[in-house]
Write a new protein. Structure first.
Length: 428
């Protein structure tokens, strides 16, 4: 039974590849499974373009640290399918996953749905069988028509920063994409917002008005910033001084702030009991692989020991902009030469993604993404012709690193896709 997509490609191939925007398929299988989503209480639903997984990881860590049990639905997975489903604080084991897949396959009875719709149904059925204190649900893509948006009741909705991504499915403008993302907001709900583009202000306020919901906004209602060596969170009722968080990069500070703002709102409403100390420990101990992490295993032995290798799953222009800023900040300290090992899926905005690295690097090595349709060097060469990049291609991550073996003092960034990040982590 499938736990590893690279070994069980046949499993994924039996699902719809390009489903139309509809919740009918997921509602149909959920109905046949007894509508398990209706039994889920204390739901936090998270949508947005970047930072969803990190925000969920911060929330999960803080809630567990304060004594609550957590069920979580996460996407995508890096290595194993199991990673997508957390039951009572633990990643689902092989036996339980195999059993629920068999049950849902039998219920499906050859009806065609997408893989994400199927695994969402599996997760909701498992959660209904193993109810937790809190249910954290990450949107897969979009919001209105996302398979996770079948939840009738939510304690909280969270909207992380919205930017351009999946334009072929969600729309080719920021406002169209925002409309999809905001679709997770139920009537009369509380919504916590991360940083948003100013052009979205009116559409957000309009949607809150239509749903009779209350927004809690970054900068207006809550803020987080670095002050000397401290990270300081503030809202109208509280101030929290934090020494460190468990994820690298200044961009993770805002994701941490979004989780704190959410927890503070729940605390004010009497829905959780969490101390500042428990929150600080949860933020510090969070673990979320593939997000701007430094490798330290087998791959580092391929290159010179004066080089460091970083991996990040950024796959859209907003993500590359954030990581480029982090690399630029690091380079001010040690001035290392940066080489980008790049794997991007087809249909991604290659030009804007790469352009964000102009001040960071002048060298790109293009590699394929295993079992995925990805860009090749010729596409990158055409796009970077006027950017003064040196481009080359290699058949794999290890081949790319081997080509750099004789060079010193490099900072190597492997990026462009979570699938590529997963491969790098597996190899390491």
């Amino acid at each position: 039974m499938p736990n590893d997509s690279s070994k069980d490609k046949f499993f994924y191939d039996q699902f719809l590849k390009n489903p139309d925007k509809s919740l009918l398929r997921i509602y149909d299988i959920l109905l046949k499974l007894g509508s398990p989503q209706k039994s889920l209480t204390n739901v936090i639903h998270i949508a947005g373009t970047n930072g969803k997984g990190s925000t969920l990881a911060f929330l999960q860590s803080c809630l567990i640290k304060s004594g609550y049990s957590v069920n979580a639905f996460i996407s995508p997975h890096l290595k194993l399918l199991n990673e997508r489903i957390v039951i009572n604080n633990n990643t689902v084991n092989d036996e339980t996953l195999e059993a629920i897949i068999k049950e849902c396959m039998k219920t499906l009875d050859n009806e065609k749905i997408s893989f994400f719709e199927f695994i969402t149904a599996c997760a909701y059925k498992l959660f209904a069988k193993n109810l937790s204190d809190w249910h954290l649900i990450e949107v897969g893509m979009g919001g209105s028509h996302d398979a996770t948006n079948t939840l009738p009741d939510k304690e909280l909705s969270i909207i992380t920063p919205i930017s351009l991504d999946h334009e072929n499915f969600l729309g080719n403008t920021l406002k169209k994409i925002a409309k999809e993302k905001l679709g997770i907001i139920n009537q009369g709900s509380q919504v916590i917002f991360g940083p948003q583009d100013n052009c979205l202000k009116d559409i957000i306020l309009e949607h809150l008005s239509l749903t009779n919901s209350k927004g809690f906004f970054y900068k207006d209602d809550w803020d987080i910033k670095k002050i000397n060596n401290l990270i300081v969170y503030e809202d109208s009722d509280s101030r929290l001084e934090i020494n460190s968080i468990g994820l690298n990069g200044d961009h993770q500070i805002k994701n941490a702030g979004l989780s704190i703002a959410s927890l503070k709102c729940l605390e004010r409403d009497g829905k959780i009991n969490i101390s500042d100390e428990q929150m600080k420990q949860g933020l510090k101990e969070v673990y979320w692989p593939g997000r701007f992490s430094m490798l330290s295993g087998k791959l580092t032995n391929i290159v010179n020991n004066s080089c460091d290798i970083w991996v990040d799953g950024c796959h859209n222009p907003a993500g590359s902009k954030v990581i480029a800023r982090e690399i630029l900040s690091m380079n001010k300290t040690d001035g290392k030469e940066v080489v980008i090992v790049l794997g991007l899926l087809k249909k991604k905005n290659i030009e804007n993604f790469i352009q964000n690295f102009l001040d960071v690097s002048k060298e790109i090595i293009v590699v394929p993404i295993k079992d995925r349709q990805s860009i090749d060097e010729s596409e990158v060469k055409i796009i970077t012709k006027k950017m003064n990049y040196s481009t080359s291609s290699k058949g794999s991550i290890t081949q790319a690193l081997s080509s750099l073996k004789g060079r010193e003092n490099l900072r190597i960034l492997i990026c462009g896709s979570l699938y590529l990040a997963a491969e790098a982590i597996s190899l390491d």
